[in-house]
Structure formats: C-alpha cells, structure tokens
Design a protein around this ligand. Structure first.
Ligand code: GRF
Length: 205
C-alpha cells in the first residue's frame, strides 16, 4: 500500500467542495491523499478552473459525446484507471455511477449530499430543490451527509453527517449557504478517515 492515496474528484459544477478538498490535502489536514485528477461531465464547469489553479490535471468526459451510458461510464473508468487512482470523491457530480466503475471503486468512492440522508435524496434531488423540499416539509434541522457510493443516487452507507438549524425566514439560498459551510468541513474530515482506513488495509462495507 502506498503512503499516499491518489485521489480523483468527479465534478459537474462550481466546485466549492472540490476547493475545500484540494486545500485540505495541500495544507496537511489530509496527509494520506493527493489529488491527481479531476474529471468533469461538463466542459463549462467552474470546478475545472479551480483544479487547474491547484495544478491538478483535468479531463472532460461529456456524456453527450457517447452513444450510450455504458460507453460513457467506460470512458470515465478508463481515465481513473489510467491515472492509477485509488480513491474517488464525487463533488457536485450529476451522473449516476454505473456498475463498471463501482466494480473497481466500491468502498473507495465518496459522495456528499446537502441534506440529512436518507431524507431528501434520490433522483432529481440536487441543488436548490433539496433545500426547498426541506423547507416545505417543516423540518427544524437540515445538514449534509457523506456516504459511500452505490448503484442508487444518494443511497450507499452513511459515514458522517453535520447538522444545522433551519431558521425562521430561511429561503433555499440561506439554508443552502449554511449547509455548504458545513460541507466544506465535513468532506475533508471523512476523506481523511476513509484514507486512513484504506491505508491500514481495513476492509470496508
Ligand atoms: C453540494 O451542495 C453537494 O452537497 C452536492 O452538490 C453541491 C456541489 O456544490 N452534491 P459545489 O460544486 O461543491 O460548490
């Protein structure tokens, strides 16, 4: 086992979680991980600029350029294997992970979701829709969840959560901002814990 795991992030959007992860590995908070690749499903994702600014190689694998989802998934897997990636973080990635990728990375692939799963997750539950659903349901708290990835959206084993209050007068935007601040602390902490377990050779769910 290497001393440092090679990590990839899969992104589709702005990449503030990617930024938090990159900073945490650069400053020594996550000593067992080095980001070696960022894969974006969209070529206009701002996350790509963030990766380049940190000197991390990037590649765009756009599902629209493939005849089938299977071929798209194979192309993503090719990039991960080609870069000898050990661990993967989904960071605002808007595609389901298929069986080919899971076959290689199950137990080594994390996702962060901006709600307290198992509530408010699943297909279509992303962006402001999550926070609108939390507000509409009258919940008094929300938060974020880091979980291992499986075949279903927002579904695999939960590793950690952080909670925030829902405050009177909250909008989807104010709640999202409160949750996002927690995401940026939680995700690096869980990456550190998972990397330590992998480097010790522990078997994972
Ligand atoms: C975050 O809220 C994350 O929980 C969800 O997608 C959003 C990505 O935001 N999976 P960013 O691209 O990291 O800023």
């Amino acid at each position: 086992m290497p001393e440092r795991l090679k990590a990839a992030a899969l992104v589709s959007g702005g990449g503030t979680n990617l930024e938090a992860l990159l900073r945490s590995t650069e400053c020594g908070d996550v000593p067992g991980v080095k980001f070696a690749l960022v894969i974006s499903s969209r070529e206009d994702a701002y996350a790509l600029k963030r990766a380049r600014d940190h000197g991390v190689p990037t590649v765009v694998v756009d599902p629209k350029r493939f005849a089938s989802d299977t071929e798209f998934q194979e192309a993503v897997l090719f990039e991960l294997v080609n870069a000898r990636i050990d661990i993967v973080c989904l960071a605002g990635y808007l595609r389901r992970i298929g069986p080919a990728i899971l076959g290689r990375f199950r137990g080594r692939m994390l996702n962060i979701h901006p709600a307290l799963l198992p509530k408010f997750g699943g297909p279509g539950m992303w962006g402001r829709r999550v926070h609108e659903a939390v507000l509409a349901s009258g919940e008094v708290e929300s938060g974020c969840t880091v979980h291992l990835v499986d075949e279903e959206y927002d579904h695999g084993p939960i590793l950690a959560q952080a909670r925030v209050p829902v405050l009177p007068g909250d909008t989807a935007e104010t709640l999202a901002a409160r949750v996002l601040e927690q995401e940026h602390g939680l995700y690096p902490r869980v990456l550190r814990q998972l990397s330590e377990r992998i480097l010790k050779g522990e078997s994972l769910p």
